[in-house]
Design a protein around this ligand. Structure first.
Ligand code: ADP
Ligand code: MG
Ligand code: MG
Length: 357
């Protein structure tokens, strides 16, 4: 390993070698991305250790630090992020990964674009939103999810597999500065390539976060042979996220719910519920997160609620696809004349242009 104060030295050496004198080859080895990042404070925690803000070439990045024992989790997430054609404005942007030696232990770093507002979960804890922001946040998330779910046909470098996320929840969605969102934490994602190459029996449907598991996963009725079964389960999880965000929405006389009550199924379940408890709530009793009675009386809120309720249907095929959610919200948003931010505009204007009112 190298002492931490060596990082500055490397940066200096790098600069001098790039000024044309050559002979920087001994530096190249230790000037990989990890050695060019200075870690600042911790910004989040998850199942696999901590996420910190780092400074890379003068700009903030997010660094997810995996411990040595989580080699598999690291390798899997890197593999997904390195899938060809994965770039999308509403999927967390991957910057790189590295193994970094610190005090004789190797850490594995996954580096992504840094979003100062943090996860949607954390954002909604601190802020209430209006319906316009709800549309921008949810539409962009559905946009990112529709992109993950879609396959792009093509030659080796220009094709993209279908990707089911399998851990959609408000903690795994980041809030960007324009109040649109980017889907992150691809660690549990399943690609149609992987699915096609292994026996369905070796894939575990019950992964992710128990509270967000779709009814067909909880009761084992999911058809594991169909890739779409996994994308339909993502849509169910997204419906819970849509509900969480709607709970924090204030519009006209409607007031936001307190953050402690914005956890799906909190009324019936403790912290870290077991699959048995969730199966009883979601499948046996067929309960769903509770509605604010004012929502249905408010024509605009009702539109949003209608999308949510169809997406948490117990019948997976009755749910909208992520693409249908995106298009439905786009249409509703235009009819209600709520303004989308520029990153969502291109598709909206394409829809506006043919009709001249
Ligand atoms: P895990 O797989 O351990 O759950 P995540 O990738 O979900 O790790 O990250 C954990 C938390 O760190 C997130 O819930 C979020 O609060 C924060 N975080 C992760 N990536 C970023 C990022 N790029 N920008 C800002 N915050 C982030
Ligand atoms: Mg996470
Ligand atoms: Mg994860």
């Amino acid at each position: 390993g190298i002492p931490s104060n060596a990082i500055d030295m490397i940066m200096v050496l790098e600069e001098s070698s790039s000024s044309g004198s050559g002979g920087g080859s001994n530096v190249l080895h230790e000037s990989t991305i990890g050695y060019q990042i200075t870690l600042m404070g911790k910004i989040g925690a998850g199942r696999f250790g901590n996420v910190s803000r780092g400074i890379y070439r003068g700009e903030s990045v997010a660094v997810k630090v995996f411990k040595g024992t989580d080699e598999n989790a690291f390798a899997k997430e890197v593999e997904i992020y390195e899938t060809n054609m994965l770039r999308h404005p509403h999927v967390l942007r991957y910057i790189g990964s590295d193994r970094v030696d610190k005090k004789n232990i190797t850490q594995m770093w996954l580096v992504t674009e840094y979003h100062p507002s943090g996860s949607l979960h954390d954002f909604l804890e601190e802020n209430v939103i209006n319906l316009e922001t709800w549309y921008n946040m949810i539409r962009s998330t559905a946009n990112g999810l529709a992109f993950l779910h879609s396959a792009v046909a093509g030659t080796k470098c220009s094709r993209k597999p279908q990707i089911a996320h399998r851990d959609i929840k408000s903690r795994n969605i980041m809030v960007k500065n324009d109040f649109t969102c980017a889907i992150g934490d691809l660690g549990l994602s399943l690609t149609s390539y992987t699915k096609g190459n292994v026996d369905s029996g070796t894939i575990s449907a019950k992964c992710g976060t128990v509270r967000y598991l779709a009814p067909e996963i909880l009761n084992g009725t999911i058809n594991m042979d169909l890739f779409e079964s996994f994308t339909m389960a993502d849509v169910y999880a997204l419906s819970l996220v849509m509900w969480e965000a709607l709970c924090r929405c204030e519009e006209d006389e409607i007031v936001a719910r307190e953050p402690e009550e914005v956890i799906p199924y909190f009324e019936w379940s403790q912290r870290d519920p077991t699959d048995e408890v969730m199966c009883d709530i979601v499948c046996t009793q067929n309960l769903r997160p509770s509605e604010n009675p004012e929502w249905r009386k408010h024509p605009k809120m009702k539109n949003a609620l209608d999308v949510i309720t169809v997406c948490w249907s117990g019948n997976p095929t009755a749910r909208l696809s992520a693409l249908q959610i995106r298009m439905t919200l786009e249409k509703q948003q235009m009819q209600m004349r709520l303004t989308p931010p520029s990153s969502l505009l291109s598709s909206a204007s394409a829809l506006i242009s043919p009709s001249r009112e």
